[in-house]
Ligand binder design. Structure first.
Ligand SMILES: *Cc1c(COP(=O)(O)O)cnc(C)c1O
Length: 551
């Protein structure tokens, strides 16, 4: 019998509050009101079924995976199939997320996640999230009379790069949804700025803010906390803590595994290596493995912003490194909702991973803490263990806020170490890896151009393969999270002196002439306050309604 898919907050411990939420509530709320993240009450077990999915197309497989987390009485089979199918029909590659072989003798493979509309892996999640938002809004509006005000969603986000363009491409043209993306004027890469501002749909609004990424983030936080704003708008966020984003990412771990299995029927459990920032991508791999996918190990590859790497060494999650103080701190703190910190994150060649704290790590801690409770307090009721785990998580994140760190129980660390490995990769190593791959020194495939984030992953993969515990019969899949053309600086830095290398040769046709296309962007003046932003958002949403009614 199918059990109900329902969700709770990682910080739930007060039984006078709402404990369970539907999928729709979780997607539209984003963050739980106690500050925690939503997690599935039960992780579906597919050990009996998953091999039946081996020959499915990506989109049909994604449907099977997602179906297990969403009740049929919330979204019917045909509706869900339609949402999933539309989300992945925008990808350019027939396999959507192909896995290619980088080196046969090392058994090293690359899962290319950048064939979506904005050439970054965030498309896999945001194409789906955009269609989900629209689906829920359209359904709500079906049951209202023509004289009632339509339900409308106002998505507000801040970006210093990939999230903004992927969100815009996920939401452009969607009914009853407006999207506002703030970015610091002159501080996002030219390609990323062009990608965002050349989308001319009436429901897309790019706000260029005089200031830093932090200032943009502060506006977003202030907007979400503003009573007036919440009275006039139904606000929604698209940052990486939204459960639907994690859910959409579970799919490609299965698909990649099946790609390898089809080539090798004797496939052993696989290692996945994931360039990691906010821990969303690799967390999806954890869910895949908990569902029953044969995963040998999940390997976190970080750049010099290495809070996760340090946690896995010590069991202490601390914003401040104790040994190597951050040189060259800047204030461009992570997109996607992690806390600001006076020291800032370190600026690296892989900017989408420049984070101080990884927001989605809280979800892993929740699952590990609950397991720990079951183990040490096996005689108590499940509800009691859940509340103890929730209260522990709430305490840890309170400590993080006040003291900048917390430490977990040794058994929790040990459990985390059994499932995950970590490597920290420097900028120097990143450029060397881009070069070594291009030259065909590190991998057998010559002239393959990696983006700097994917290079962090391949560097970590090779270190894992060279480690003494590694068994050469185990396949290693490194995740490629962006197309090299998005990060011209780092790629050029690595390859400018290579004979015969021409950056234009990696440029996809979609990027050619992008800088000359018509743009739509609202300049937010330097002295603007929250009231100014509120007026601007309200005015723009009104304008959209006029356009729609006039059309
Ligand atoms: C967002 C991003 C990452 C990090 O993914 P997380 O889910 O935040 O860990 C890595 N590479 C690229 C190119 C990204 O855009």
């Amino acid at each position: 019998m199918a059990s109900k898919s329902r969700y709770s907050s990682t910080r739930f411990h007060d039984s006078s509050l709402q404990e369970f939420f539907s999928f729709e509530e979780v997607v539209l709320k984003g963050l739980a009101s106690d500050g925690g993240l939503f997690h599935p009450d039960l992780i579906p077990n597919v050990r009996q079924d998953y091999l039946d999915w081996k020959d499915l197309s990506f989109s049909d497989l994604a449907y099977e995976v997602i179906r297990r987390y969403v009740d049929e009485d919330e979204i019917s089979d045909s509706e869900l199939r339609d949402i999933v199918h539309r989300s992945y029909s925008t990808f350019r590659h027939e396999d959507v997320v192909p896995t290619i072989e980088l080196n046969k003798s090392k058994n090293l493979h690359l899962l290319e996640l950048f064939h979506g509309p904005t050439f970054a892996f965030k498309d896999v999640a945001l194409q789906f999230l955009g269609n989900l938002f629209e689906f829920f809004l359209v359904r709500k509006n079906k049951s209202i009379s023509p004289s009632e005000i339509r339900h409308h969603l106002t998505v507000i986000g801040a970006t210093s790069g990939d999230t903004g363009s992927a969100a815009i491409y996920g939401l452009r043209g969607k009914k009853d949804v407006s999207v506002f993306i703030m970015f610091p004027d002159g501080k996002v890469s030219p390609v990323q700025e062009a990608q965002m501002t050349t989308v001319l749909d009436p429901n897309v609004h790019c706000l260029s803010v005089q200031g830093t990424f932090d200032d943009c983030q502060d506006f977003v936080k202030a907007a979400f906390g503003d009573a007036e704003m919440n009275r006039t708008h139904h606000l929604a966020a698209v940052n990486s803590i939204n459960w639907a984003r994690i859910l959409a990412q579970i799919t490609y771990y299965f698909y990649s595994y099946f790609t390898l299995l089809k080539a090798n029927p004797d496939l052993k459990p696989v290692k996945f290596v994931v360039p990691t920032g906010n821990f969303g991508d690799i967390l999806a791999g954890y869910y895949a493995s908990r569902m029953g996918l044969p995963v040998k190990k999940l390997i976190i590859a970080t750049n010099e912003n290495d809070i996760l790497h340090r946690f896995w060494q010590t069991g202490t999650y601390s914003k401040k490194p104790t040994h190597h103080p951050t040189e060259n701190p800047h204030n461009g703190i992570p997109e996607d909702g992690s806390q600001a910190h006076p020291d800032g994150a370190k600026e690296t060649l892989s900017p989408a991973m420049d984070i101080l704290v990884s927001s989605n790590f809280e979800r892993l801690l929740w699952h590990l803490s609950l397991e720990h409770e079951f183990m040490v307090n096996s005689h108590v009721k499940k509800e009691t263990s859940i509340r103890t785990a929730g209260s522990k998580i709430a305490g840890w994140f309170q400590d993080l806020k006040t003291t900048g760190k917390f430490t977990v129980d040794p058994e929790i660390l040990q459990n985390a170490q059994e499932t995950f490995g970590t490597y920290r990769v420097s900028d120097k190593e990143t450029t060397e890896m881009i070069r070594a791959c291009y030259r065909g020194e590190a991998i057998a495939k010559k002239e393959y151009v990696l983006d700097p984030h994917s290079a962090v992953g391949v560097a970590a993969s090779l270190r894992e393969i060279d480690s003494s515990e590694h068994d050469k019969n185990i396949a290693v899949v490194s995740l490629a999270t962006a197309h090299p053309a998005k990060f011209a600086n780092a790629v050029d830095l690595a390859l400018k002196d290579e004979a015969g290398f021409d950056f234009d040769s990696v440029l996809p046709e979609q990027f050619i002439g992008l800088d000359k296309k018509e743009r739509k962007v609202i300049k937010v003046p330097a002295n603007t306050d929250l009231a100014g932003i509120r007026d601007l958002v309200t005015k723009e949403v009104e304008k959209e309604k006029e356009i729609r009614n006039g059309a």
